[in-house]
Write a protein that binds this ligand. Sequence first.
Ligand SMILES: Nc1ncnc2c1ncn2[C@@H]1O[C@H](COP(=O)(O)OP(=O)(O)OP(=O)(O)O)[C@@H](O)[C@H]1O
Length: 284
Amino acid sequence: MNAIELSHVTKHFPGFTLQDLSLTVPSGTICGLVGENGAGKSTTIRLLMGALRPDSGTCTVLGADSAAPEFLSLKEDIGVVLDEAYFPESLNALQVGGVMAKTYRRWDGKQYQNYLTRFGLPEKKPFKDFSRGMKMKLAIAVALSHSPRLLVLDEATAGLDPIVRDEVLEIFNEFTREEDHSILISSHILSDLEKLCDYIAFLHQGRLLFCDEKDRLLEEYGIFVGTADQVNSLQDGAVVARENSSFGGVRCLVKRALVPAGWALERPTVEDIVLFLVKGAKEQ
Ligand SMILES: Nc1ncnc2c1ncn2[C@@H]1O[C@H](COP(=O)(O)OP(=O)(O)OP(=O)(O)O)[C@@H](O)[C@H]1O
């Protein structure tokens, strides 16, 4: 079963169109949504959560169409963290827990308390006096404490210091050890996504450039550093994009399968692949 299925979804805003987006996140996996500012990541997440209606196409989450009334009954099963945390200003963390206990049938107060301690969050400070990172941590603690099956995280690790970010990534990883638990996470911190995700989906100007298994992506591409003559000798389609390297040569992203055996290729990072693909798309 798929945790998330977007099928031919289109959404138009003045000056921007999310175009014919089809994307699936199999149950039990973590999918990272990447793309530059304004690529359409938050729009995709809002469509999935039923906060926006698509102009055409369908968004199915945990088996229910997010535009259908029955989707509301699934909200318990979905933990959501958006890039702006949204609790009433005057409430402190304990009071937020009290409200959530009344909101969610499967609220786990003990688990919530554990996260407050683990994240070093003050129990009695009002939310309005929290730093950005503290707000994100509180939103993550809440999302994880109502026993969801799916986490939808929009820039949820932005504003966290590297040590807490690492801990949060580990918590997300633990979450998916349960077979039917899945995560969709958008982030600009591609090294985090490389550590965490099974799949990487890459949006560019409202279009999905790829959605692929991370390991397959890292095997498909290589980085070649050499002279312009060497690069020019490669067959058509081998070079995805190139840049001048600091020592006067050329550095490029290549498709391993189209490069002659024996050429030394470096292993790219997800960030290398994304940056070169954007560059390649601009050059076309
Ligand atoms: N309600 C809206 N009305 C009009 N335009 C909108 C609306 N919501 C989003 N947009 C536009 O849609 C485009 C995509 O925005 P979106 O927030 O999905 O991008 P993003 O990939 O999440 O970007 P970022 O990384 O900066 O958060 C932008 O051009 C934005 O201005």
